[in-house]
Design a protein around this ligand. Structure first.
Ligand SMILES: C[S@@+](CC[C@H](N)C(=O)[O-])C[C@H]1O[C@@H](n2cnc3c(N)ncnc32)[C@H](O)[C@@H]1O
Length: 203
């Protein structure tokens, strides 16, 4: 979240699938000039985000949407950044490519699309290693109880694939960003199957 804050070029931020507003609270606290719109498909999450962001008054708004639909896209922007954490992997390949193209048009010149998400390791051997690396991080951060709960929930998608999770390889996604017209498409951070990546709209 600190790295996303550091990569923001300034201007209003739209977050896709904002959940309970954790990233929003971090960004709004770090920049008093920032205004924010959070979108999510869950009423429970929207209510939680609304409550969490109440201290920021009219700098923060939240609204319902369906990520895969096209209807909301023309109404977004121009903004300084479109950000999203742990949601874009629910779109299939065509859906991701469409989202990248549509969000470029929502960005003001110099604006950024920044995505933190699960990405698919290309080689089967890498997949097993990444699955283990993710378990190791869970154990380091939450101890044995957290690792047990993570296993019972079958949360490690590299061990327990689920059709609702459709991560694509990072290299492919960076190529799609470039093809869509983003400048400086890059991976800014990567660990245990999770990556922060994106690109900027040229000035
Ligand atoms: C794993 S949570 C991540 C929440 C938040 N971005 C975070 O990192 O804390 C995924 C979020 O995406 C939302 N979501 C998942 N699929 C969606 C869809 N197709 N349309 C809209 N929201 C969706 C869920 O309601 C949930 O809030």
């Amino acid at each position: 979240m600190d790295l996303i804050a550091a990569l923001l070029p300034g201007g209003p931020v739209v977050e896709l699938c904002c959940g309970g507003g954790d990233l929003a609270a971090r960004l709004l606290a770090s920049d008093p000039s920032l205004s924010y719109l959070g979108l999510d498909g869950s009423q429970v999450m929207l209510d939680a985000a609304r409550q969490r962001l109440a201290p920021f008054a009219d700098r923060a708004r939240v609204h319902g949407f369906r990520l895969e639909e096209g209807s909301w896209r023309a109404g977004v922007g121009p903004v300084g950044a479109v950000v999203s954490m742990l949601a874009v992997h629910h779109l299939d390949t065509a859906g991701k490519r469409r989202l990248f193209a549509d969000m470029l048009h929502a960005l003001a010149p110099g604006g950024a699309l920044l995505i933190y998400d699960l990405v698919l390791p290309s080689a089967p051997r890498a997949q097993a290693a990444i699955a283990q690396a993710w378990d190791d991080v869970v154990a380091q951060q939450g101890g044995e109880a957290a690792l047990r709960a993570f296993a019972e929930a079958r949360g490690n998608i590299y061990r327990f694939p689920d059709p609702v999770d459709m991560p694509d390889p990072l290299a492919d996604q960076l190529a799609w960003l470039r093809q869509a017209g983003y400048a400086n498409a890059d991976c800014f951070w990567q660990r245990a199957g999770h990556a922060l990546y994106g690109g900027y709209r040229a000035i």
